[in-house]
Ligand binder design. Structure first.
Ligand code: FES
Length: 159
């Protein structure tokens, strides 16, 4: 396949600031998706005064994260994928899951655990009301990388 990793297929130049839009427009819209540097589909969202950026398609099966709700789990803000409800932290891109403490105990108690970083998170910078994204060019493979290909780009995403 033609899987795209940020280090090999995006520019090999040092990390760059890619203009996304005016902050006021992103705040008004709440979310915005953009093909950044011609190689990566990124979701930029505004929530509770903060801007966040991440790969646009869910690491699980390419769900359209731009349609996901934002909720807090265990004190961490997450986007909840509209397809199968996977929870992804906005800060680190960790996948969260609920573990059962003791399956025989009644009532059953659960707690939130991390599966590790699954969604590639990108850096957002604001300068004088202009918002820029710097792609996360870590060479470590992150599961959401799989869906950064022309094949998935051609798919019309639905919630
Ligand atoms: Fe399955 Fe996102 S595609 S939870």
């Amino acid at each position: 396949t033609s899987q795209i990793s940020p280090s090999s297929s995006c520019s090999s130049l040092p990390p760059a600031f890619h203009f996304i839009g005016r902050k006021e427009d992103i705040v008004r819209a709440g979310r915005l998706t953009k093909l950044v540097n011609g190689c990566r589909d990124v979701l930029v969202l505004y929530h509770q005064g903060q801007l966040h950026a991440m790969d646009m398609r869910c690491y699980h099966s390419s769900g359209a994260l731009q349609y996901g709700d934002i909720e807090e789990f265990n004190g961490q803000l997450c986007i909840v994928c509209p397809w199968h409800k996977y929870k992804i932290t906005l800060a680190e891109g960790e996948g969260l899951y609920q573990a059962v403490d003791n399956p025989t105990a009644k009532p059953m108690r659960t707690h939130w655990c991390s599966k590790g970083v699954k969604q590639r998170i990108h850096k957002v910078t604001e300068v004088n009301g202009d918002v820029y994204v710097t792609l996360n060019d870590s060479t470590e493979t992150i599961e959401s990388d799989v869906y950064q290909t022309e094949r998935y780009r051609a798919v019309i995403l639905k919630a």
